[in-house]
Design a protein around this ligand. Structure first.
Ligand code: NAD
Length: 483
């Protein structure tokens, strides 16, 4: 299978690459250069219907593939992802503008994910339940049916794998709708699934806009479940539409996570890790700890050290090995992020560093932004409340533990967060008090394949990853046998 850079990309339906029925396509722009480098089929409701019908036909066969064979198919897919690691990472890096080193990690994570859920297939099942009546109560764990998986542009292959692997493991069939900005690795995953031996129709990929193709998928009556990752605004629309025919829904949405640095924290670790917990993927990360709360006695020291670290970052072309900060997904998105700079200043925050467009000639046509630090931020400011989804961090002081918790919880969101302290009692106390789905103590990272991941409040509904997600891709059928 060739993985060379494409010029024209078709949909993947029922095992075939085919153009949209309407013949429509849209251009894909390289965010690092501003050049158009591919044309992508623009699927609409007609294509979505054909893809869903194909997934519906494949259901009967796929759910009956025995657990050993399904495990082997997912393991083979994981192997193929690793065999093609470099070409997939380069494709992702170029498509999303992310540093090649980050892209390799994400492709590896996708392979790890298929391995994990391949291993889960023969370890989950139903139960026998001691009911009061005379007889035996059994539960069968059954697939939900056709699942519509809608993914964003920030971690395209990783988030596709988070949804595909457990959905396939539980015997569901799929229509995958990648973000229009980043359709390429989703299409490659679909091709690799076929190469691994997963039957045609089990995994279909429809590219196109969210408003047309995504919307048609959410509305389709044969789709039994939608798993959506994206913005809270679109998540609300998806949930409303899904309610019309009681589709199962999982939502992974936005965030504005808090990073609490207490005075006894190990700053040699806390400063660089705090920086990377905002600047990974140029800040386009739902888990970005973009509000840093620092205890007042170390506030100035922390800011000095953080600023030094920001000043030494290597901003560069995504495919260069030494690049630490790539570009944003598009110049339109970069400009939206950059608008927060004058907004924060007008609100009274102090811009300590960054927020400018780099002047180097080789970056001139790309969607770049120098990562920015705002100090003296008040919790009520828009820059402290809204998800900026770019390389902008807000730093604010606090005096007491109670104040830090109150600021952290003063958000519509509740996805992620960190606590830095050497006091284990405080770490656990604060961890319990923060309203969020995932948290890390003395590290900036809390996404683990093996543990449930997701948000509370407007950050989402349901969980991805771990064994917990398998319940979202299964229906329990209770069967009672009278004695
Ligand atoms: P988005 O909501 O604009 O788009 C997400 C996906 O939904 C895309 O595939 C898009 O085409 C599709 N879509 C758009 N409108 C639709 C509609 N009306 N009906 C159905 N589908 C539609 O989000 P984005 O800009 O791609 O991603 C950034 C957002 O995603 C941020 O808010 C970020 O925090 C969030 N995100 C959350 C997580 C998480 O796990 N919680 C992970 C990554 C990103």
């Amino acid at each position: 299978m060739g993985l060379s850079l494409p010029m024209m990309e078709h949909l993947l339906i029922d095992g075939d690459r085919r153009p949209a029925v309407s013949g429509s396509q849209f251009d894909l722009t390289d965010p690092a250069t501003g050049q158009v480098w591919a044309a992508i089929a623009a699927g609409d409701a007609v294509d979505v219907d054909i893809a869903v019908q194909s997934a519906d036909r494949a259901r009967g066969h796929w759910r009956k593939v025995n657990s050993r064979d399904r495990t082997r198919l997912l393991l083979r897919l994981a192997d193929l992802i690793r065999v093609n690691l470099e070409s997939l990472a380069r494709l992702e890096s170029r498509n999303a503008g992310k540093p090649i080193r980050e892209a390799r990690d994400e492709v590896n994570l996708a392979a790890d994910c298929f391995e994990y859920y391949a291993g889960a297939i023969n370890k989950v099942g139903g139960q026998t339940i001691p009911v009061a009546a005379a007889g035996t109560s059994l539960t069968f764990r059954e697939p939900v049916g056709v699942c519509g998986l809608i993914i964003p542009w920030n971690f395209p292959i990783a988030i596709a794998a988070w949804k595909l692997a457990p959905a396939l493991a539980m015997g569901n069939t799929i229509v995958l709708k990648p973000a229009s900005q980043t359709p390429l690795t989703a299409l490659r995953l679909g091709e690799l699934a076929l190469e691994a031996g997963i039957p045609p129709g089990v995994l279909n990929v429809v590219t196109g806009s969210g408003a047309i193709a995504g919307n048609a998928l959410v509305r389709h009556p044969l789709v039994r479940k939608i798993s959506f990752t994206g913005s809270t605004e679109v998540g609300i629309q998806v949930m409303k539409l899904a309610a019309e025919d009681i589709k199962r829904v999982t939502l992974e949405l936005g965030g504005k996570s808090a990073n609490l640095i207490f005075a006894d924290a190990d700053l040699d670790l806390a400063v660089p890790k705090s920086m990377w917990s905002v600047l990974g993927n140029a800040g386009q990360d739902c888990c970005a700890r973009s509000r840093i709360l620092v205890q007042r006695s170390i506030y100035d020291t922390f800011l000095t050290q953080l600023t030094q670290q920001f000043q030494s970052l290597k901003i560069g072309l995504p495919l260069e090995e030494s690049t630490e900060i790539g570009c944003l997904i598009s110049t339109a998105h970069r400009d939206r992020v950059a608008d927060y700079i004058p907004m924060g200043q007008a609100e009274g925050a102090t811009l300590l560093w960054g927020g400018t467009i780099p002047t180097a000639a080789h970056l001139a046509d790309g969607a770049y932004l120098v990562p920015a630090i705002f100090a003296d931020v008040q919790p009520t400011m828009r820059i402290a409340q809204e998800e900026i989804f770019g390389p902008v961090v807000c730093v604010m002081p606090f005096d007491t533990e109670a104040e830090a918790i109150a600021i952290a919880n003063d958000s519509f969101y509740g996805l992620s967060g960190s606590i830095w302290t050497r006091d284990i009692g405080r770490a656990l106390r604060v961890a319990r008090a923060i309203e969020t789905g995932v948290l890390s103590i003395n590290t900036g990272h809390s996404v683990h394949l093996e543990a449930p991941f997701g948000g509370v409040k407007r950050s989402g509904l349901g969980r991805e990853l771990g064994m917990a997600v398998l319940d979202h891709y299964s229906e329990f059928k209770s069967v009672f046998i009278a004695e």
